[in-house]
Write a protein that binds this ligand. Sequence first.
Ligand SMILES: NC(=O)c1ccc[n+]([C@@H]2O[C@H](COP(=O)([O-])OP(=O)(O)OC[C@H]3O[C@@H](n4cnc5c(N)ncnc54)[C@H](O)[C@@H]3O)[C@@H](O)[C@H]2O)c1
Length: 355
Amino acid sequence: MKILAAGDGFVTTKVLTGALVGQDGLSEAVDVSSIQSNWPNEPYSDFSGVKEAFGNEDDLIAALAGADVAFSHTYPFSERVIASCPDLKLITITRGGPVNVDIEAATRHGVVVSNAPGRNAVATAEHSVAMIMAAARQIAQRDSEVKAGDWRSDYYNYDAVGPEIAGSTVGVCGYGNVGGTAARILAAMGAHVIVFDPWVDPSVLEPGMELAPDLDSMLERSSILTLHQRLTKENEHMIGAEQIAKLPDQAIVVNCARGGLLDYDAVADGLDSGKLFAAAFDALPEEPLPAGHRLFSTPRVTMTPHLGGASKQAAELAGRIGAADIARFVRGERPEHLMNPEVYETENLRIGAGK
Ligand SMILES: NC(=O)c1ccc[n+]([C@@H]2O[C@H](COP(=O)([O-])OP(=O)(O)OC[C@H]3O[C@@H](n4cnc5c(N)ncnc54)[C@H](O)[C@@H]3O)[C@@H](O)[C@H]2O)c1
């Protein structure tokens, strides 16, 4: 049994191989080799039918020679890579959305794909709450001014100050791994949390939370709105001018999910007109945001460069979730997080077909 640990600068080869150590079933008989790419020091991109990937396909094919299992975060598992590695049986990707794998191609070639959902839920939820606080208190803006020698006390004016989280009504759109964690933190801080998520079981909500029957009834009461849905064709731009108009005056809008969920022009209009108090984004309409974009000059906008999921624990948990599924697979058990379960359950499986 040969496993290739194909790391990068975040989920490093050391993190991947360290997570494999001690897993039941992964004894000395398992041969672990490794390569490591230069992401995130250079940006990832979409190519060869996969997304948000980094690394050279030929280097990956060479490193995968004879490997049964690929364990990676951002390497490109394109159709060409998968077709070139006939021994490969399992690709385990240490991210929630393994968009750097051509899953249809893996399925056609009988290769199982597993992922690591929830690995950065705490990191992203904490970042989202930090962005709500940064927006409410205008921390980044005041920091820049103080450092520029501009010490202003007029921000203490009633009209210039923002809300507290405690006592505010916060609309949490999407109650999955990230949204659920953010909702629990916000409720613990004393916010009244209104959840909008058509697929959530109301019994999982905790004290201090209520489930909105529809989007509008959440928007109408949310002085802080934070987005945590996955982006789909159905919910693209689901928060636009019409939805922002429904928020209470001086509301705060935060998006640390995906840029496609939000009409950023509508948010900028809301900030320019004074309808909104502030906004904060870790997900942007284009990443990186092109020079001269309106958001650079819109007042009270706080932005971070898609770092919500970036914590040490997220990288380590990603490795542990992936390694546990690799160990299950090697022991002949069903991995817990399968992207193409039909492959595992049918004779297409390379290992089952004896390929
Ligand atoms: N900023 C970052 O670095 C970062 C890191 C991790 C995740 N994310 C993003 O955060 C978001 C949440 O991730 P997650 O892991 O919690 O996903 P998840 O799949 O666990 O949860 C998503 C939830 O959204 C709900 N949902 C789907 N469509 C909806 C709609 N139209 N309205 C309301 N709810 C809807 C689903 O029912 C589900 O409960 C995703 O967009 C993800 O891409 C960002």
